[in-house]
Design a protein around this ligand. Sequence first.
Ligand SMILES: [Zn+2]
Ligand SMILES: [Zn+2]
Length: 207
Amino acid sequence: MVLSLVLQGSSYLSAHTYGILHRMHHAHADTELDPHSPKYDKNLFAMMWRTKTIYNNIFYEKVPIEDKWKKDLPTWKSFENFASSGYVRLTWAVLYIAFYVVFATHWWMYLLLPIHFVMGPAHGAIINWFAHRVGYTNFKLKDTSKNIMPVDIFMMGEGYHNNHHRFGARANFGVRWHEIDPVYIAIWTFNKLGIIKIKLQPVKVKN
Ligand SMILES: [Zn+2]
Ligand SMILES: [Zn+2]
């Protein structure tokens, strides 16, 4: 959780809450019970706003959540309240600006700052909206999930979203030879070093 805060900074999301949301997305993908599906909103921002509302309702415990959604998720409420507070988000923003003050060599570089402020929602928008609308599929599923691009260098493997919906528990999101998953390389290395233990799930697809 501490690393989540360090790496997500100003757009920190609770691993516990997002875990619940994400399980609901897999269980109810592209139905009315899906917390984020492009099928039920007229545009990207409407979907993101609805996701934010559901996220907040779960985070602030405004809606009852069945135990099956919470099972084995990391829980550290006091830390998550701290990491989600306006002061902490603002502190990150100040740190990003300070970094630019020290290192930026041209004024236009400051135009990149908003990307840092909303990195999390931008990532969510790309996967939750576009990976359910554009791209190709390896598997015929009941949902609209797609693989955004054949070699996913921008989303570090998460763009193989159709593969991920087919094999939700598989660490490697790539199934075809060209679908290289950069994050899986890290996971594979940690597994080899004995830091973590993963279940390998070999998959064959017809080319
Ligand atoms: Zn999805
Ligand atoms: Zn998933």
